[in-house]
Design a protein around this ligand. Structure first.
Ligand SMILES: [Zn+2]
Length: 179
């Protein structure tokens, strides 16, 4: 493109229809996973709120299917399975669960399985440095306490099976992303 083309006010914007949607897809799948994990350890009232929040990433995935995958029946089917698995987690305990175990302690309020509580530090996140005082000045507390400032991944390993499987199959066999 010449300089005069570039400065031409009538020039059409560079529409790039080939942008790679994989990062966006991964982000949306991650959002759904986080919301679903939270659902497995909280009250039915909170599950309903979290379930509503899954609608926007589900909608985004449907749109990406339209824009980049020719509205694939296969992908739409996998998304429907995922949506159904989220509905299942929302409705566990016949919608009467009153226990909130979001702190990661104890067992699942629905199936009694011991709750998993994983620090992201142990898996993917870089290690936090140990607090060091410089010239006798203590660093701000919440900036350096590992596990305090980083949200732990807390979920019921049994109740999570259906949506974890649905996310995996949608990602790999649907969108062709290895996670
Ligand atoms: Zn459970």
């Amino acid at each position: 493109m010449t300089e005069s083309d570039r400065l031409n006010p009538d020039r059409k914007p560079d529409l790039n229809f080939d942008w790679d949607p994989k990062d966006r897809i991964s982000q949306e799948l991650e959002r759904i996973l986080n919301l679903a994990n939270k659902m497995t350890v909280t009250t039915s009232t909170n599950r309903q709120i979290l379930f509503q929040l899954t609608k926007s990433p589900i909608e985004a995935l449907l749109k990406i299917n339209q824009s980049h995958f020719g509205n694939s029946d296969l992908i739409r089917g996998f998304i429907a399975v995922l949506a159904k698995s989220l509905l299942t987690v929302r409705s566990l305990g016949e919608g009467q669960i009153l226990d909130d175990r979001s702190d990661g302690n104890g067992s699942c309020p629905d199936c009694d399985t011991v709750i998993q509580s994983i620090s992201p530090d142990q898996s993917t996140a870089p290690n936090h440095s140990t607090p060091v005082s410089r010239n006798g000045v203590e660093p701000p507390v919440n900036e350096f306490l590992p596990g305090k400032d980083v949200a732990r991944i807390i979920y019921c390993p049994s109740c999570s099976v259906p949506y974890t499987a649905a996310l995996q199959i949608l990602s790999s066999q649907g969108f062709g992303i290895d996670r």
